[in-house]
Design a protein around this ligand. Sequence first.
Ligand code: DC
Length: 242
Amino acid sequence: MSKITIAIDGYSSCGKSTVAKALAARLNYAYVDSGSMYRCVTLYCLDKGIIKDHSFLTDEVIKILPELKLSFQFNAKSGINETFMNGKSVEKEIRTLEVAGHVSAISTIKEVRAHMVAIQREIGKNKGVVMDGRDIGTTVFPDAELKIFMTAEMDVRVQRRLDELLSKGEHVSFEKVKQNLMERDHVDTHRKESPLVQAIDAIVLDNTELDKEQQLQFVIQLINDLSLSQVTRGEGQGASEK
Ligand code: DC
């Protein structure tokens, strides 16, 4: 089967990146975590003092976009696809609750989105990519051959994110994480520019009660069905041409 584009969208902390990473490794595809790009813009704005007292001037955010050089590098030792901003790994810095608290607001800016979408399309132009985010199947790659829309029960998502933060030494409460996820879901689904919605041709994956391997098998089965239908279509065309 020729290489395809796989778009995985869904709510915050419902395990998109876990599935996407495992899938990319299995298929030998590139993995792109588009959320990390929005997190980089946010981190940069925090570092530069552009986000102050929970507010920012949109024009100042737009102005810094050309200063950002974003890239991804697989770290074989940690098994993590690290995000680099201006040559420095920022994988740890972009995952803090502080960045999470501002990233959805930064992501509402039209110019920020246009800038990120252009980079994402460039990375995925030759297919063979698994990209996760909020608008991958609707805006970035509307022609993606496979679109997954992921969801899970809120408290399960909160616990997963809490475990992740605690394992990184960030001590926060269940309630604080829940509040952040609810706020982000609200902003992500209600913003004017490419809000999070399920693409009409996306397949829903609710992983509330599924482990990592079960989720991977679910998606692999979809890919197998897809390749089977491609083969069948190909045979059909060949037959009619004879
Ligand atoms: O996937 P994540 O939680 O790391 O994403 C962080 C934020 O970035 C999310 O709350 C909304 C924004 N985002 C977006 O607007 N569009 C994307 N394609 C990916 C993320």
